[in-house]
Design a binder for this molecule. Structure first.
Ligand SMILES: NC(=O)C1=CN([C@@H]2O[C@H](COP(=O)(O)OP(=O)(O)OC[C@H]3O[C@@H](n4cnc5c(N)ncnc54)[C@H](O)[C@@H]3O)[C@@H](O)[C@H]2O)C=CC1
Ligand SMILES: O=C(O)C(=O)COP(=O)(O)O
Length: 359
C-alpha cells in the first residue's frame, strides 16, 4: 500500500526531540527505548544525529506532556485536550499501544496531514483469543449460572450447549479474528467471517464475505464473535436487525469495542430469549453502569476489558515501538501504519504480515 509519506524528510528528523509515553512502563522499558534511540543516533546509515529524550507521562501527566511530544507512544485513558496538542504543532506520530484507535483518532488528528498514526493491531491476538474462549465456553457451559448458585450452595443440573457442530461467524478477520479462527478450527465448528478486506481467506474459514454482508453472516451463525474496529461507520452498527437475523438460541461474544453494538438491542434479545447468552469483554460505557440489565442476566458473562492483558503486554508494546522507531528514522514503512480515515491498517502493513515476513 502506498502512503503519502514513505520517507521522513531530513528537516522532520531534525525537529524530533521528545518521545512521550504513557503505558505502565518499567525502568527497563524506558531503557530499551533510550538504547534504541542511542543506537540510531550512532548508526552512520541513519539520519538521526542528535539526542531524543524519552519522557514517561503515565496517565497522570498526559495533559501536561502530550503537547510537548514529537512522538507519542501509548493508549490515553484520560480525556485528552487534542485541540491543545494540535495547536502546539509538534506531534508527528502516534504509536498506539492499543489496537483500537478510538482513543486518538479524533477529527483533528485525522485531518492533520503531519500526524501519522500506527496501531497495535494483532499484537494482542493470542490473549484476546484466549479471552474469547473463556467467554464462549463460559456461556455455552453456563458457568455464570453455576457461579450464581454458589452462594446458595445450590446443585443445579441442566443440559448445557456444545460448541462442536456450531457455525461461528467472526465479524472482522484482522489480527484478533484470525487468531480466534485458527484456535477455533480444531473444535469441529464451521467458520465464516466478514472483513473490510475480504481478499485473503485463511483455509480454516469456509467463507470470507465483504463487511457489508454482515446480515448474511448473522443469519448463518449460531455464534457471532465481534472483532471489528470502532470507527464512525461501525458505531452502533450491530443492532436489532442483525441480531433478529440470527437463529433463535444464538450467542454473541464481543471482544472488540462496546460501542460497535447497540447494547439495548442486545439486552432486548437476551430478555426475549432470542439470544441464549452473551459474553462481553467490552461494553458501551466502561465501567458498565451499575443499573445495566446486563449485570443481572443469568447467561451473560462480563469481563472488564481485559482481553489484551497478559504478563507480556507492556514488553510486546515496547518491542513494537522500538521496531517502529528504527523504521521511522530509517524512512521505512511503519508496521501497522493505519489509514486514518478507516482506523485500521491495510493487511499488507499489518503486524501479522511483518511477523510472517520474519519467519
Ligand atoms: N478486548 C480487548 O481488550 C481488545 C479489543 N480490541 C479491539 O478489537 C479490534 C480488532 O483488533 P485487531 O484484530 O488487533 O485489529 P486489526 O486491525 O488487526 O483487525 C481489524 C479488522 O477488522 C476489519 N474491519 C474493519 N471494518 C470492518 C467492518 N465494518 N466489518 C468487518 N470487518 C471490518 C479490518 O479489515 C481488519 O481486518 C480493535 O480495533 C480493538 O477495538 C483489540 C485488542 C484488545
Ligand atoms: O488494544 C486494544 O484495542 C485494547 O482494547 C486494549 O486496551 P487496553 O490498552 O488494555 O486498555
Amino acid at each position: 500500500m502506498s502512503h503519502p509519506r514513505e520517507r521522513l524528510p531530513a528537516n522532520e528528523i531534525d525537529s524530533v526531540r521528545r518521545v512521550v509515553l504513557c503505558y505502565p512502563a518499567l525502568p527497563r522499558h524506558i531503557e530499551q527505548l533510550e538504547a534504541t534511540l542511542a543506537e540510531l543516533k550512532a548508526d552512520p546509515n541513519c539520519p538521526l544525529n542528535h539526542d531524543v529524550e524519552v519522557v514517561d507521562a503515565g496517565q497522570e501527566r498526559i495533559d501536561e506532556l502530550l503537547p510537548t511530544a514529537d512522538i507519542f507512544i501509548g493508549h490515553a485513558k484520560v480525556p485528552v485536550d487534542w485541540d491543545r496538542v494540535l495547536a502546539a504543532g509538534r506531534l508527528g506520530w502516534i504509536q498506539s499501544s492499543a489496537a483500537g484507535l478510538d482513543h486518538c483518532l479524533v477529527p483533528g488528528v485525522i485531518a492533520n496531514p503531519n500526524i501519522m498514526v500506527s496501531s497495535a493491531s494483532g499484537l494482542f491476538a493470542p490473549q484476546v483469543a484466549e479471552q474469547t474462549f473463556a467467554l464462549l465456553f463460559g456461556v455455552l457451559r453456563r458457568i455464570g449460572l453455576f457461579e450464581r448458585a454458589r452462594p446458595k450452595r445450590e446443585f443445579i443440573r441442566l443440559p448445557t450447549e456444545d460448541l462442536r457442530g456450531k457455525t461461528v461467524g467472526i465479524v472482522g478477520l484482522g489480527g484478533n479474528g484470525r487468531a480466534i479462527a485458527a484456535k477455533l478450527a480444531p473444535w469441529d465448528v464451521r467458520l465464516i467471517a466478514t472483513d473490510y478486506y475480504p481478499e485473503d481467506c485463511p483455509p480454516e474459514v469456509e467463507t470470507l464475505w465483504p463487511a457489508e454482508r454482515v446480515n448474511d453472516l448473522f443469519a448463518a451463525s449460531d455464534i457471532v464473535i465481534l472483532t471489528l474496529p470502532l470507527n464512525s461507520s461501525t458505531r452502533k452498527w450491530i443492532g436489532a436487525e442483525q441480531i433478529a437475523a440470527m437463529k433463535p438460541g444464538g450467542y454473541l461474544i464481543n471482544v472488540a469495542r462496546g460501542q460497535v453494538l447497540d447494547e439495548e438491542a442486545l439486552v432486548d434479545a437476551l430478555k426475549s430469549g432470542h439470544l441464549a447468552g452473551a459474553g462481553v469483554d467490552v461494553t458501551y460505557t466502561e465501567p458498565l453502569p451499575e443499573n445495566s440489565p446486563l449485570w443481572d442476566h443469568p447467561n451473560v458473562l462480563i469481563t472488564p476489558h481485559v482481553g489484551a492483558q497478559s504478563a507480556r503486554r507492556v514488553d510486546d508494546s515496547n518491542e513494537l515501538a522500538c521496531v517502529n522507531l528504527r523504521r521511522y528514522f530509517h524512512g521505512e514503512t511503519i508496521i501497522n501504519r493505519v489509514d486514518k480515515n478507516l482506523g485500521f491498517p491495510h493487511p499488507h502493513d499489518s503486524h501479522a504480515a511483518w511477523v510472517r515476513s520474519q519467519s
